[in-house]
Design a binder for this molecule. Structure first.
Ligand code: SAH
Length: 474
Protein backbone atom coordinates (compact mmCIF):
# COMPACT_ATOMS: atom_id res chain seq x y z
CA UNK A 1 0.00 0.00 0.00
CA UNK A 2 1.31 3.40 -0.94
CA UNK A 3 -0.60 5.14 1.87
CA UNK A 4 -2.43 4.24 5.03
CA UNK A 5 -6.12 5.00 4.54
CA UNK A 6 -7.52 6.61 7.68
CA UNK A 7 -10.54 8.77 8.37
CA UNK A 8 -9.56 11.97 10.12
CA UNK A 9 -11.97 13.71 12.50
CA UNK A 10 -11.60 17.43 11.76
CA UNK A 11 -14.90 18.58 13.26
CA UNK A 12 -14.46 22.15 14.62
CA UNK A 13 -10.69 21.86 14.09
CA UNK A 14 -8.81 24.78 12.53
CA UNK A 15 -7.55 23.73 9.09
CA UNK A 16 -5.49 26.00 6.87
CA UNK A 17 -5.99 26.32 3.13
CA UNK A 18 -3.52 28.49 1.23
CA UNK A 19 -4.76 29.69 -2.16
CA UNK A 20 -7.96 31.20 -3.49
CA UNK A 21 -8.43 29.42 -6.83
CA UNK A 22 -10.57 26.50 -8.01
CA UNK A 23 -8.30 23.84 -6.49
CA UNK A 24 -8.30 25.51 -3.10
CA UNK A 25 -12.08 25.79 -3.38
CA UNK A 26 -12.50 22.07 -4.10
CA UNK A 27 -10.32 21.10 -1.18
CA UNK A 28 -11.88 23.47 1.29
CA UNK A 29 -15.32 22.20 0.37
CA UNK A 30 -14.22 18.71 1.40
CA UNK A 31 -12.91 20.06 4.67
CA UNK A 32 -16.14 21.95 5.27
CA UNK A 33 -18.25 18.88 4.59
CA UNK A 34 -16.29 17.10 7.29
CA UNK A 35 -17.05 19.96 9.69
CA UNK A 36 -13.60 21.62 9.76
CA UNK A 37 -13.15 25.26 10.71
CA UNK A 38 -11.45 26.48 7.54
CA UNK A 39 -8.99 29.37 7.60
CA UNK A 40 -8.11 30.59 4.11
CA UNK A 41 -4.99 32.58 3.26
CA UNK A 42 -5.02 34.29 -0.15
CA UNK A 43 -4.74 37.84 -1.39
CA UNK A 44 -7.48 37.20 -3.98
CA UNK A 45 -10.23 34.60 -4.32
CA UNK A 46 -12.54 33.32 -7.04
CA UNK A 47 -16.18 34.39 -6.56
CA UNK A 48 -17.26 30.98 -5.23
CA UNK A 49 -14.76 31.25 -2.39
CA UNK A 50 -15.51 34.93 -1.82
CA UNK A 51 -19.19 34.02 -1.39
CA UNK A 52 -18.27 31.65 1.47
CA UNK A 53 -16.16 34.37 3.09
CA UNK A 54 -19.01 36.85 2.75
CA UNK A 55 -21.44 34.61 4.63
CA UNK A 56 -18.86 33.84 7.29
CA UNK A 57 -18.60 30.12 6.38
CA UNK A 58 -14.80 30.36 6.37
CA UNK A 59 -12.29 32.76 7.92
CA UNK A 60 -10.13 34.75 5.52
CA UNK A 61 -6.67 36.30 5.80
CA UNK A 62 -6.47 38.51 2.73
CA UNK A 63 -2.75 38.44 2.09
CA UNK A 64 0.12 36.16 1.15
CA UNK A 65 1.06 33.22 3.40
CA UNK A 66 3.34 33.84 6.39
CA UNK A 67 4.77 31.06 8.57
CA UNK A 68 2.73 32.22 11.57
CA UNK A 69 -0.40 31.15 9.64
CA UNK A 70 0.46 27.61 10.71
CA UNK A 71 0.06 28.42 14.38
CA UNK A 72 -2.66 26.40 16.01
CA UNK A 73 -3.61 24.52 12.82
CA UNK A 74 -4.38 20.77 12.75
CA UNK A 75 -3.95 20.26 9.03
CA UNK A 76 -2.67 22.23 6.04
CA UNK A 77 -3.54 22.34 2.35
CA UNK A 78 -1.23 24.29 0.04
CA UNK A 79 -3.09 25.08 -3.19
CA UNK A 80 -1.56 28.24 -4.65
CA UNK A 81 -0.60 28.29 -8.32
CA UNK A 82 3.10 28.65 -7.43
CA UNK A 83 4.82 25.28 -6.98
CA UNK A 84 7.72 26.76 -5.01
CA UNK A 85 5.44 28.57 -2.61
CA UNK A 86 3.48 25.33 -2.09
CA UNK A 87 6.68 23.41 -1.49
CA UNK A 88 7.88 26.01 1.03
CA UNK A 89 4.59 25.78 2.96
CA UNK A 90 4.82 21.98 2.94
CA UNK A 91 8.37 22.08 4.33
CA UNK A 92 7.32 24.39 7.16
CA UNK A 93 4.28 22.25 7.95
CA UNK A 94 6.39 19.09 8.00
CA UNK A 95 8.87 20.75 10.34
CA UNK A 96 5.95 21.19 12.75
CA UNK A 97 4.70 17.62 12.13
CA UNK A 98 1.47 18.99 10.65
CA UNK A 99 -0.23 16.84 8.04
CA UNK A 100 0.06 18.64 4.71
CA UNK A 101 -1.45 18.19 1.29
CA UNK A 102 -0.15 19.95 -1.81
CA UNK A 103 -2.37 19.93 -4.86
CA UNK A 104 -0.77 18.05 -7.78
CA UNK A 105 2.59 17.72 -6.00
CA UNK A 106 2.43 14.26 -4.42
CA UNK A 107 6.11 14.37 -3.51
CA UNK A 108 5.40 17.26 -1.13
CA UNK A 109 2.38 15.68 0.55
CA UNK A 110 2.16 13.78 3.80
CA UNK A 111 -1.46 12.97 2.99
CA UNK A 112 -3.49 12.87 -0.19
CA UNK A 113 -7.19 13.50 -0.58
CA UNK A 114 -8.98 10.55 -2.18
CA UNK A 115 -11.92 10.53 -4.54
CA UNK A 116 -14.92 10.01 -2.29
CA UNK A 117 -18.40 8.61 -2.45
CA UNK A 118 -20.34 10.33 0.28
CA UNK A 119 -23.30 8.43 1.67
CA UNK A 120 -22.76 9.82 5.12
CA UNK A 121 -22.27 8.27 7.53
CA UNK A 122 -20.96 5.79 4.93
CA UNK A 123 -17.97 7.19 3.09
CA UNK A 124 -15.98 5.30 0.47
CA UNK A 125 -12.58 6.72 -0.41
CA UNK A 126 -10.62 5.74 -3.51
CA UNK A 127 -6.93 6.35 -3.91
CA UNK A 128 -4.51 5.32 -6.62
CA UNK A 129 -1.54 6.49 -4.55
CA UNK A 130 -1.25 9.53 -6.87
CA UNK A 131 -0.66 7.23 -9.84
CA UNK A 132 -3.78 8.43 -11.63
CA UNK A 133 -6.41 10.73 -10.14
CA UNK A 134 -8.44 10.22 -13.33
CA UNK A 135 -8.57 6.48 -12.70
CA UNK A 136 -9.60 7.12 -9.09
CA UNK A 137 -12.46 9.29 -10.34
CA UNK A 138 -13.47 6.61 -12.83
CA UNK A 139 -13.59 3.98 -10.09
CA UNK A 140 -15.56 6.40 -7.97
CA UNK A 141 -18.11 6.81 -10.76
CA UNK A 142 -18.55 3.03 -10.93
CA UNK A 143 -18.93 2.74 -7.18
CA UNK A 144 -21.46 5.57 -7.18
CA UNK A 145 -23.76 3.37 -9.20
CA UNK A 146 -23.15 0.36 -6.94
CA UNK A 147 -23.76 2.06 -3.60
CA UNK A 148 -27.32 3.35 -3.60
CA UNK A 149 -27.92 6.73 -2.01
CA UNK A 150 -30.03 4.97 0.63
CA UNK A 151 -26.95 3.38 2.23
CA UNK A 152 -26.42 6.51 4.30
CA UNK A 153 -29.95 6.24 5.71
CA UNK A 154 -29.42 2.53 6.29
CA UNK A 155 -26.24 3.17 8.29
CA UNK A 156 -28.07 5.77 10.37
CA UNK A 157 -30.76 3.22 11.16
CA UNK A 158 -28.09 0.66 12.17
CA UNK A 159 -26.52 3.20 14.51
CA UNK A 160 -29.89 3.78 16.21
CA UNK A 161 -30.43 0.06 16.87
CA UNK A 162 -26.88 -0.90 17.64
CA UNK A 163 -27.11 -1.05 21.42
CA UNK A 164 -30.44 -2.84 21.43
CA UNK A 165 -29.17 -5.49 19.04
CA UNK A 166 -26.12 -5.98 21.21
CA UNK A 167 -28.30 -6.57 24.25
CA UNK A 168 -30.67 -8.86 22.37
CA UNK A 169 -27.94 -11.10 20.89
CA UNK A 170 -25.05 -11.85 23.19
CA UNK A 171 -23.09 -14.02 20.75
CA UNK A 172 -21.21 -12.20 18.01
CA UNK A 173 -22.24 -14.85 15.49
CA UNK A 174 -25.91 -14.25 16.19
CA UNK A 175 -25.45 -10.50 15.89
CA UNK A 176 -23.66 -10.88 12.62
CA UNK A 177 -26.41 -13.07 11.27
CA UNK A 178 -29.05 -10.64 12.47
CA UNK A 179 -27.36 -7.71 10.73
CA UNK A 180 -26.83 -9.73 7.56
CA UNK A 181 -30.53 -10.46 7.48
CA UNK A 182 -31.45 -6.85 8.13
CA UNK A 183 -28.99 -5.37 5.65
CA UNK A 184 -29.87 -7.74 2.86
CA UNK A 185 -33.53 -8.21 3.47
CA UNK A 186 -36.80 -6.38 3.84
CA UNK A 187 -35.57 -3.73 6.26
CA UNK A 188 -32.90 -2.47 3.84
CA UNK A 189 -35.29 -2.59 0.92
CA UNK A 190 -37.75 -0.38 2.80
CA UNK A 191 -35.01 2.11 3.68
CA UNK A 192 -33.92 2.29 0.04
CA UNK A 193 -37.52 2.91 -0.95
CA UNK A 194 -37.68 5.80 1.54
CA UNK A 195 -40.30 4.05 3.72
CA UNK A 196 -38.55 4.68 7.01
CA UNK A 197 -41.50 4.06 9.31
CA UNK A 198 -42.07 0.68 7.73
CA UNK A 199 -38.36 -0.06 8.07
CA UNK A 200 -38.55 0.66 11.79
CA UNK A 201 -41.58 -1.60 12.15
CA UNK A 202 -39.78 -4.38 10.28
CA UNK A 203 -36.76 -3.89 12.50
CA UNK A 204 -38.91 -4.29 15.61
CA UNK A 205 -40.34 -7.50 14.19
CA UNK A 206 -36.85 -8.84 13.52
CA UNK A 207 -35.81 -8.04 17.08
CA UNK A 208 -38.84 -9.82 18.46
CA UNK A 209 -38.30 -12.96 16.33
CA UNK A 210 -37.17 -16.18 18.03
CA UNK A 211 -33.51 -16.70 18.77
CA UNK A 212 -31.74 -17.25 15.44
CA UNK A 213 -29.17 -19.60 16.94
CA UNK A 214 -31.97 -22.15 17.08
CA UNK A 215 -32.48 -21.69 13.33
CA UNK A 216 -31.38 -24.06 10.65
CA UNK A 217 -28.48 -22.85 8.54
CA UNK A 218 -28.17 -23.15 4.80
CA UNK A 219 -25.73 -24.53 2.26
CA UNK A 220 -24.65 -22.60 -0.81
CA UNK A 221 -23.22 -24.90 -3.44
CA UNK A 222 -21.27 -22.44 -5.54
CA UNK A 223 -19.32 -22.87 -8.75
CA UNK A 224 -16.12 -20.85 -8.48
CA UNK A 225 -15.18 -21.13 -12.14
CA UNK A 226 -11.89 -22.38 -13.54
CA UNK A 227 -9.46 -20.06 -11.74
CA UNK A 228 -9.60 -16.45 -12.84
CA UNK A 229 -11.55 -14.61 -10.09
CA UNK A 230 -13.03 -12.30 -12.72
CA UNK A 231 -15.06 -15.26 -13.94
CA UNK A 232 -17.10 -15.55 -10.74
CA UNK A 233 -20.78 -14.67 -10.96
CA UNK A 234 -22.22 -11.79 -8.92
CA UNK A 235 -24.32 -14.26 -7.01
CA UNK A 236 -21.31 -16.40 -6.17
CA UNK A 237 -19.49 -13.35 -4.86
CA UNK A 238 -22.45 -12.23 -2.76
CA UNK A 239 -22.84 -15.64 -1.12
CA UNK A 240 -19.07 -15.94 -0.66
CA UNK A 241 -19.23 -12.82 1.44
CA UNK A 242 -22.20 -13.99 3.49
CA UNK A 243 -21.20 -17.51 4.44
CA UNK A 244 -19.61 -18.04 7.84
CA UNK A 245 -18.05 -21.41 6.98
CA UNK A 246 -16.23 -22.15 3.72
CA UNK A 247 -15.67 -25.73 2.61
CA UNK A 248 -13.31 -25.88 -0.34
CA UNK A 249 -11.02 -28.24 -2.19
CA UNK A 250 -7.92 -28.25 -4.28
CA UNK A 251 -9.48 -27.00 -7.49
CA UNK A 252 -10.48 -23.63 -6.09
CA UNK A 253 -7.86 -20.97 -6.79
CA UNK A 254 -6.28 -19.18 -3.85
CA UNK A 255 -7.29 -15.66 -4.94
CA UNK A 256 -10.89 -16.88 -4.97
CA UNK A 257 -10.66 -18.29 -1.45
CA UNK A 258 -9.25 -14.90 -0.45
CA UNK A 259 -12.48 -13.28 -1.60
CA UNK A 260 -14.60 -15.14 0.94
CA UNK A 261 -15.48 -13.39 4.17
CA UNK A 262 -12.38 -12.71 6.19
CA UNK A 263 -13.68 -14.02 9.46
CA UNK A 264 -15.27 -17.13 7.94
CA UNK A 265 -14.04 -20.52 9.11
CA UNK A 266 -12.29 -22.28 6.24
CA UNK A 267 -12.31 -26.04 5.96
CA UNK A 268 -10.09 -27.74 3.42
CA UNK A 269 -11.39 -31.08 2.22
CA UNK A 270 -8.57 -31.94 -0.14
CA UNK A 271 -9.23 -34.19 -3.11
CA UNK A 272 -5.79 -34.57 -4.51
CA UNK A 273 -5.66 -37.32 -7.07
CA UNK A 274 -5.39 -40.66 -5.26
CA UNK A 275 -5.01 -38.91 -1.91
CA UNK A 276 -8.48 -37.84 -0.92
CA UNK A 277 -8.21 -35.89 2.29
CA UNK A 278 -11.87 -36.44 3.10
CA UNK A 279 -14.11 -39.03 1.53
CA UNK A 280 -17.12 -37.80 -0.41
CA UNK A 281 -19.55 -39.24 2.16
CA UNK A 282 -17.69 -37.42 4.89
CA UNK A 283 -17.97 -34.14 2.98
CA UNK A 284 -21.70 -34.69 2.47
CA UNK A 285 -22.15 -35.36 6.18
CA UNK A 286 -19.99 -32.38 7.14
CA UNK A 287 -22.11 -29.97 5.09
CA UNK A 288 -25.29 -31.30 6.66
CA UNK A 289 -23.90 -31.08 10.18
CA UNK A 290 -22.65 -27.51 9.78
CA UNK A 291 -26.01 -26.38 8.39
CA UNK A 292 -27.88 -28.10 11.22
CA UNK A 293 -25.68 -26.19 13.65
CA UNK A 294 -27.08 -23.01 12.13
CA UNK A 295 -24.17 -22.03 9.88
CA UNK A 296 -24.41 -20.57 6.44
CA UNK A 297 -22.07 -22.90 4.64
CA UNK A 298 -20.37 -22.10 1.39
CA UNK A 299 -19.42 -25.22 -0.53
CA UNK A 300 -17.07 -23.83 -3.14
CA UNK A 301 -16.36 -26.04 -6.13
CA UNK A 302 -14.03 -25.51 -9.04
CA UNK A 303 -15.82 -24.78 -12.31
CA UNK A 304 -19.50 -25.68 -12.24
CA UNK A 305 -20.83 -27.77 -9.35
CA UNK A 306 -22.93 -29.95 -11.62
CA UNK A 307 -20.24 -30.79 -14.14
CA UNK A 308 -18.01 -33.57 -12.88
CA UNK A 309 -18.26 -31.91 -9.50
CA UNK A 310 -20.25 -34.47 -7.52
CA UNK A 311 -22.44 -31.52 -6.56
CA UNK A 312 -25.48 -33.70 -7.08
CA UNK A 313 -24.40 -36.12 -4.36
CA UNK A 314 -23.70 -33.37 -1.86
CA UNK A 315 -27.10 -31.85 -2.44
CA UNK A 316 -28.76 -35.24 -2.31
CA UNK A 317 -27.82 -35.66 1.34
CA UNK A 318 -29.04 -32.15 2.18
CA UNK A 319 -32.32 -32.61 0.34
CA UNK A 320 -32.91 -35.92 2.12
CA UNK A 321 -32.44 -34.22 5.49
CA UNK A 322 -34.58 -31.18 4.66
CA UNK A 323 -31.66 -28.73 4.85
CA UNK A 324 -32.14 -25.59 2.73
CA UNK A 325 -29.65 -25.04 -0.07
CA UNK A 326 -28.98 -22.88 -3.12
CA UNK A 327 -26.95 -23.82 -6.17
CA UNK A 328 -24.96 -21.28 -8.14
CA UNK A 329 -23.60 -22.25 -11.55
CA UNK A 330 -19.99 -21.56 -12.42
CA UNK A 331 -18.05 -21.37 -15.63
CA UNK A 332 -16.94 -24.90 -16.25
CA UNK A 333 -13.34 -25.70 -17.18
CA UNK A 334 -14.31 -26.50 -20.77
CA UNK A 335 -15.78 -23.03 -21.31
CA UNK A 336 -13.07 -21.19 -19.43
CA UNK A 337 -10.16 -23.06 -21.01
CA UNK A 338 -11.61 -22.96 -24.52
CA UNK A 339 -12.21 -19.20 -24.42
CA UNK A 340 -8.84 -18.38 -22.86
CA UNK A 341 -7.07 -20.67 -25.33
CA UNK A 342 -8.87 -19.20 -28.35
CA UNK A 343 -10.59 -22.49 -29.28
CA UNK A 344 -14.31 -22.19 -30.08
CA UNK A 345 -16.01 -25.38 -28.92
CA UNK A 346 -18.46 -25.38 -31.79
CA UNK A 347 -18.06 -24.01 -35.29
CA UNK A 348 -20.44 -23.77 -38.22
CA UNK A 349 -18.10 -25.70 -40.51
CA UNK A 350 -16.12 -27.97 -38.19
CA UNK A 351 -18.13 -28.94 -35.12
CA UNK A 352 -21.89 -29.05 -34.78
CA UNK A 353 -21.77 -30.49 -31.29
CA UNK A 354 -19.55 -30.63 -28.27
CA UNK A 355 -19.37 -33.42 -25.71
CA UNK A 356 -17.93 -33.19 -22.20
CA UNK A 357 -16.65 -36.54 -20.94
CA UNK A 358 -14.53 -37.74 -18.07
CA UNK A 359 -11.17 -39.17 -19.04
CA UNK A 360 -10.74 -40.67 -15.60
CA UNK A 361 -8.60 -43.76 -15.85
CA UNK A 362 -9.82 -46.81 -13.96
CA UNK A 363 -7.89 -50.07 -13.96
CA UNK A 364 -6.02 -48.91 -17.07
CA UNK A 365 -9.06 -48.12 -19.16
CA UNK A 366 -11.62 -45.39 -19.70
CA UNK A 367 -15.21 -46.49 -19.88
CA UNK A 368 -16.73 -44.34 -22.64
CA UNK A 369 -18.84 -44.71 -25.76
CA UNK A 370 -15.82 -44.53 -28.08
CA UNK A 371 -17.64 -45.17 -31.38
CA UNK A 372 -19.77 -42.06 -30.78
CA UNK A 373 -16.78 -39.97 -29.64
CA UNK A 374 -14.91 -40.93 -32.81
CA UNK A 375 -17.55 -39.49 -35.13
CA UNK A 376 -16.55 -36.48 -37.21
CA UNK A 377 -17.76 -32.86 -37.00
CA UNK A 378 -17.81 -32.64 -33.24
CA UNK A 379 -15.57 -31.47 -30.41
CA UNK A 380 -14.80 -33.76 -27.49
CA UNK A 381 -13.60 -32.31 -24.19
CA UNK A 382 -11.97 -34.67 -21.70
CA UNK A 383 -11.97 -33.64 -18.05
CA UNK A 384 -9.46 -35.46 -15.80
CA UNK A 385 -7.75 -36.78 -18.90
CA UNK A 386 -4.05 -36.25 -18.22
CA UNK A 387 -3.27 -39.63 -16.67
CA UNK A 388 -5.29 -41.41 -19.32
CA UNK A 389 -4.07 -39.38 -22.29
CA UNK A 390 -2.35 -42.35 -23.92
CA UNK A 391 -5.54 -44.39 -23.61
CA UNK A 392 -7.61 -41.55 -25.08
CA UNK A 393 -5.28 -41.28 -28.08
CA UNK A 394 -5.19 -45.04 -28.58
CA UNK A 395 -9.00 -45.49 -28.30
CA UNK A 396 -9.79 -42.64 -30.70
CA UNK A 397 -7.28 -43.96 -33.23
CA UNK A 398 -8.66 -47.49 -32.84
CA UNK A 399 -12.12 -46.15 -33.64
CA UNK A 400 -10.95 -44.55 -36.84
CA UNK A 401 -10.06 -40.97 -35.96
CA UNK A 402 -7.26 -39.73 -38.24
CA UNK A 403 -3.77 -39.32 -36.80
CA UNK A 404 -3.77 -35.67 -37.87
CA UNK A 405 -6.85 -34.82 -35.78
CA UNK A 406 -5.84 -31.75 -33.73
CA UNK A 407 -5.60 -32.01 -29.94
CA UNK A 408 -5.07 -29.29 -27.36
CA UNK A 409 -4.11 -29.86 -23.76
CA UNK A 410 -4.64 -26.86 -21.54
CA UNK A 411 -2.83 -26.63 -18.24
CA UNK A 412 -4.41 -24.50 -15.46
CA UNK A 413 -6.61 -22.63 -17.88
CA UNK A 414 -7.59 -18.98 -17.26
CA UNK A 415 -4.83 -18.50 -14.68
CA UNK A 416 -1.37 -16.99 -14.96
CA UNK A 417 -0.10 -20.59 -15.13
CA UNK A 418 -2.09 -21.34 -18.26
CA UNK A 419 -0.13 -23.23 -20.88
CA UNK A 420 -1.55 -24.70 -24.07
CA UNK A 421 -0.01 -27.74 -25.74
CA UNK A 422 -1.20 -28.11 -29.31
CA UNK A 423 -0.56 -31.19 -31.43
CA UNK A 424 -2.40 -34.02 -33.12
CA UNK A 425 -3.34 -37.51 -32.04
CA UNK A 426 0.03 -38.51 -33.52
CA UNK A 427 2.16 -35.94 -31.71
CA UNK A 428 0.47 -34.85 -28.48
CA UNK A 429 1.91 -37.63 -26.31
CA UNK A 430 5.48 -36.74 -27.24
CA UNK A 431 4.86 -33.05 -26.64
CA UNK A 432 3.44 -33.71 -23.21
CA UNK A 433 6.21 -36.18 -22.33
CA UNK A 434 8.87 -33.63 -23.29
CA UNK A 435 7.48 -31.03 -20.88
CA UNK A 436 5.06 -32.59 -18.39
CA UNK A 437 2.11 -30.31 -17.58
CA UNK A 438 0.90 -29.53 -14.09
CA UNK A 439 -2.70 -30.42 -13.25
CA UNK A 440 -5.45 -29.53 -13.60
CA UNK A 441 -5.45 -29.99 -17.34
CA UNK A 442 -8.16 -30.28 -19.93
CA UNK A 443 -7.98 -32.06 -23.27
CA UNK A 444 -9.86 -30.81 -26.33
CA UNK A 445 -10.03 -32.98 -29.44
CA UNK A 446 -11.45 -31.63 -32.70
CA UNK A 447 -10.83 -29.59 -35.83
CA UNK A 448 -11.71 -26.44 -33.86
CA UNK A 449 -8.31 -26.60 -32.17
CA UNK A 450 -6.83 -25.21 -35.39
CA UNK A 451 -8.72 -21.96 -34.86
CA UNK A 452 -6.31 -21.15 -32.07
CA UNK A 453 -3.75 -20.08 -34.68
CA UNK A 454 -5.98 -17.09 -35.36
CA UNK A 455 -7.90 -16.63 -32.14
CA UNK A 456 -5.36 -17.02 -29.33
CA UNK A 457 -5.44 -13.84 -27.25
CA UNK A 458 -4.74 -14.55 -23.62
CA UNK A 459 -1.19 -13.99 -22.44
CA UNK A 460 -0.90 -15.46 -18.93
CA UNK A 461 2.47 -13.85 -18.29
CA UNK A 462 1.05 -10.42 -19.00
CA UNK A 463 -1.30 -10.80 -16.07
CA UNK A 464 0.40 -12.39 -13.06
CA UNK A 465 -2.50 -11.29 -10.83
CA UNK A 466 -4.82 -13.96 -12.21
CA UNK A 467 -5.75 -16.88 -10.05
CA UNK A 468 -3.36 -19.76 -9.71
CA UNK A 469 -4.99 -23.16 -9.56
CA UNK A 470 -1.93 -24.71 -7.98
CA UNK A 471 -2.59 -26.87 -4.94
CA UNK A 472 -3.68 -24.91 -1.90
CA UNK A 473 -2.52 -26.19 1.44
CA UNK A 474 -5.04 -26.07 4.27
N1 SAH B 1 -16.60 -29.05 -11.78
C1 SAH B 1 -15.40 -28.76 -12.51
C2 SAH B 1 -14.71 -30.02 -12.97
C3 SAH B 1 -14.19 -30.88 -11.85
S1 SAH B 1 -13.37 -32.32 -12.42
C4 SAH B 1 -15.73 -27.88 -13.71
O1 SAH B 1 -16.90 -27.67 -14.02
O2 SAH B 1 -14.81 -27.36 -14.32
C5 SAH B 1 -11.70 -31.80 -12.40
C6 SAH B 1 -11.17 -31.61 -13.78
O3 SAH B 1 -11.60 -30.36 -14.30
C7 SAH B 1 -9.67 -31.55 -13.87
O4 SAH B 1 -9.11 -32.82 -13.88
C8 SAH B 1 -9.47 -30.84 -15.17
O5 SAH B 1 -9.64 -31.72 -16.25
C9 SAH B 1 -10.62 -29.90 -15.20
N2 SAH B 1 -10.24 -28.52 -14.77
C10 SAH B 1 -10.76 -27.82 -13.78
N3 SAH B 1 -10.21 -26.58 -13.72
C11 SAH B 1 -9.32 -26.51 -14.72
C12 SAH B 1 -8.44 -25.51 -15.20
N4 SAH B 1 -8.35 -24.31 -14.62
N5 SAH B 1 -7.68 -25.78 -16.27
C13 SAH B 1 -7.74 -27.00 -16.88
N6 SAH B 1 -8.55 -27.97 -16.47
C14 SAH B 1 -9.34 -27.75 -15.40
Amino acid sequence: MEHLPIFFDVKAQPCLVVGGGPVAWRKLEHLRRAGARVVLVAPRCIPEVQALIDVGAIAHRARAFVPADLDGMRLVVAATDDRDVNRGIAALAKARALPVNVADQPEDCTFTMPAIIDRSPVVVAVSTGSASPVLARMIRARLESLVPAGYGRLATLCARYRDRVKTRFAAQRDRRRFWDRVLQGGVAERVFAGRLDEADAAMERELAAPDPSACMGEVYLVGAGPGDPDLLTFRALRLMQQADVVVYDRLVAKPIIDMTRRDARRIYVGKERNAHTMRQEEINALLARLAREGHRVLRLKGGDPFIFGRGGEEIDTLAAEGIPFQIVPGITAANGCACYAGIPLTHRDHAQSVTFVTGHLQDGSIDLDWPSLARPRQTVVFYMGLMGLAVIVERLRAHGVAAHMPVALIQQGTTHMQKVYVGTLATILDKVAADPPQPPTLVIVGEVVRMRDKLAWFDPEADPERGATTPILP
